[in-house]
Design a binder for this molecule. Structure first.
Ligand code: AMP
Ligand code: MG
Length: 408
């Protein structure tokens, strides 16, 4: 058995970032920037008012209350055509450009409209600059907005639009083929014949691929048949950037997956010192031009889930351009609510637990007993992997490390 860290190192060292492309701002959400982005423009592009009110000379209103003559009105989107002179004010709406001569805006709430709006009483004094948003006070032209390696969020797409960045250099979303192997698997909704089970990993893995920030491609259930499997794998390698398979990599397996992968790809068959998901295969299949990574996950549904989370996910995110900090989920320190008993077996256990914020302000975890690797339904009700180091286990109240894969 090898430590999880060694297995991850072997895998990640072979997974390289996909070459950047120019991506339009409409399509860049969720992608990782390949180069820093600088703003070509100031935002706001001109001095404007932050409030609805009156543009004034602050020196005119120091002795407020005071009445000023209203000489015009400027709406957002209009060009100012008046100049504020001593004793005058201009009605102005949020976002409108400032007229010449003014140096402050009095909020409409601090005024009284007089004589049908031809005059205004300013009730409170304002200091110079009040209510004004200066050109470039959000973004200064030429400055760096975002650095390479950052995943583009919704707010960032708004920022890019605000300063007219139409395209950016970003890593494409890896296309990931997902296929299940096993003669016992069915997904046609019909009655089960003896020995058959309903296929579950593929649906889960397709969605985990999406959650990892990649584009899943469904290659279906592949029978334990050499030529069918080889054909599917070669097709996937020519169409996709990575391949995720489930089933057929553990010790006792009927040999088809191992036989085919060993023959057509450059494989490493690993036994990882962890539970669940001890068996794991990683390899590369050449399509003649590229070497496409293959993640061979074990077939037991919980093992499939855990090895995807711990190994395939960070590798796929690395291909998507993430630096280590965001390729991996970060560990949280948690309090264990009840005793976690285990035996010494040379493995780190990753128990599926439910993490929640306790009244004491700390993250606690509750662990159920259904920890077997076929019990996917119990795992589906959890949101974290509790790391239980090799030993006798953890006592109630102890702190431990956990990886959150869902909201707490
Ligand atoms: P294997 O890794 O192929 O030896 O499979 C281990 C166990 O997981 C067996 O009980 C399989 O029937 C089950 N299994 C394998 N693949 C799937 C799948 N895609 N969906 C549900 N169960 C599976
Ligand atoms: Mg199998």
């Amino acid at each position: 058995m090898i430590p999880l860290e060694d297995a991850r190192q072997r895998v990640l060292s072979r997974c390289v970032r996909l070459a950047p492309t120019l991506v339009g701002v409409d399509d860049v959400y969720g992608l990782v920037l390949a180069a820093e982005v600088r703003s070509p423009e100031n935002v706001p592009p001109f001095d404007n008012t932050a409030v609805d009110g009156y543009a004034v000379r602050s020196e005119d209103v120091v002795s407020a209350p005071i009445v000023l003559r209203v000489i015009g009105e400027i709406a957002a989107g209009a060009a100012p055509d008046v100049v504020v002179e001593a004793g005058t004010a201009v009605r102005i709406m949020t976002g409108a450009p400032l007229p010449e001569g003014c140096d402050a805006i009095v909020m409409v709430e601090d005024t009284e409209r007089l004589k049908d709006g031809s005059e205004v009483k300013v009730v409170t004094a304002v200091s110079s600059g009040a209510g004004i948003r200066r050109a470039g006070s959000d973004i200064t032209a030429g400055h760096e907005l975002f650095s390479a390696g950052v995943e583009v969020t919704a707010a960032m797409t708004g920022v890019l639009s605000s300063c007219n960045v139409r395209t950016v250099s970003a890593h494409p979303r890896p296309k990931v083929a997902v296929l299940s192997t096993g003669d016992e698997l069915v997904d046609d909704g019909g009655p089960l014949r003896i020995g058959q089970i309903r296929e579950s990993n593929r649906m889960m893995l397709l969605r985990l691929v999406t959650e990892a920030g990649c584009t899943p491609v469904d290659y279906g259930i592949i029978r334990d048949d050499e030529s069918t499997l080889e054909h599917a794998l070669r097709d996937a390698a020519s169409q996709c950037d990575a391949i995720v398979t489930s089933g057929g990599v553990s010790m006792g397996d009927y040999d088809v997956v191992k036989m085919v992968l060993s023959r057509i790809a450059d494989m490493q068959w690993m036994q990882i010192a962890m539970k669940p998901a001890k068996p794991f295969a990683f390899g590369e299949l050449s399509d003649g031009v590229r070497r496409v990574p293959i993640f061979g996950l074990p077939g037991n549904p919980v093992s499939s889930f855990v090895s995807f989370e711990l190994i395939a996910r960070p590798a796929l995110r690395t291909m998507a351009g993430h630096p280590t900090t965001t390729a991996f989920r970060s560990y949280a320190t948690v309090v264990v609510d009840s005793d976690v008993r285990r035996k010494v077996d040379g493995k780190v256990h990753f128990d599926r637990v439910f993490a929640y914020w306790h009244d004491d302000g700390r993250l606690h975890v509750r662990r159920g007993d259904d920890q077997a690797s076929h019990q996917l339904s119990a795992s589906a009700r959890t949101n974290a992997l509790l790391e239980v180091p090799d030993g006798e286990g953890l006592s109630a109240g102890a702190s431990a490390r956990a990886l959150l894969f869902g909201p707490a």
